[in-house]
Design a protein around this ligand. Structure first.
Ligand SMILES: C[S@@+](CC[C@H](N)C(=O)[O-])C[C@H]1O[C@@H](n2cnc3c(N)ncnc32)[C@H](O)[C@@H]1O
Length: 241
């Protein structure tokens, strides 16, 4: 696949992928993202909202607010998301900002292209989050919305290293994802086995702080953290130094 997909991301014309599908996507998430019917099943606002126990809009808006979009500059979203996250982000962009969205799966990029209806300042690119292929320090804002919990430890570490590397000094990295609730949370014992079965790496985020996957001497500081829905979700803002 060409690196620059923005002009020809018509699902009918997307050429075969040149990037290998990561093993964890094939083995764990084939039903959610890789299988040809996945988009048809999951691309429903009510369903993504239900998967987040009714918190999708709240988390989406909190993440977009936390991006504190600059009047001009380059934005990066690492991985497509079902629902209206990216169209809402696009609606907040001024005429002088541009957005790159990267994803490893052409089917997900095609789906997003359909939702964006050819937005002129948004480019879609097939990239692996572990090897983004951009120069250092090129983005003013980088968004990771519920990606890290899907990735095995070493992949998550590399994704964060890449997010930090491509974000410019003074730029922000906004992360929304799972977080470990207390044992008193009504869903603690109900949801834990569901995650263990369907999203096994997600429990890493129940156990450990996101900072533990940041590279040493990352040149990044944690500006803020918030938890949502009794601690089941978190929003972390990192600032590149
Ligand atoms: C952001 S995550 C989950 C978002 C959320 N759960 C939703 O409703 O869509 C899903 C996306 O991550 C992408 N993805 C997973 N691993 C990736 C990787 N290593 N590089 C780039 N994209 C990746 C998948 O292809 C998929 O489109």
């Amino acid at each position: 696949m060409k690196q620059e997909l923005a002009e020809d991301l018509n699902p009918a014309t997307v050429p075969p992928s040149v990037l290998a599908v990561p093993r964890y996507l094939e083995e764990v998430y084939w039903w959610a993202y890789v299988h040809p019917t996945a988009v048809r099943v999951f691309e429903r606002q009510w369903l993504v909202n239900a998967i987040l126990w009714g918190n999708f809009s709240r988390l989406r808006d909190a993440a977009l607010d936390a991006m504190d979009l600059p009047p001009q500059g380059r934005l990066l979203q690492i991985a497509c998301v079902y629902g209206d996250l990216t169209t809402r982000l696009a609606a907040r962009m001024t005429g002088k900002t541009s957005l790159d969205v990267v994803d490893v799966l052409p089917v997900q990029l095609s789906n997003l292209q359909r939702k964006l209806c050819g937005h002129p300042r948004i480019g879609l690119f097939q990239r692996n989050s572990t090897a983004l292929g951009y120069a250092d320090d090129v983005f003013d804002r980088t968004l990771l919305f519920f990606l890290l919990h899907e990735q095995p430890d070493a992949v998550r570490r590399q994704t964060l290293a890449e997010a930090v590397r491509v974000t410019a000094p003074g730029g922000r990295i906004v992360i929304a994802d799972y977080h470990g609730p207390s044992r008193m949370h009504p869903l603690y014992y109900l949801f834990r086995p569901v995650l263990a079965l369907l999203e096994p790496y997600a429990l890493d985020l129940w156990r450990s702080d996101i900072a533990s996957w940041l590279p040493q001497q990352a040149g990044v500081r944690i500006e803020s953290r918030r938890t949502f829905f009794g601690g089941l979700y978190q929003l972390v803002v990192l600032v590149r130094e």
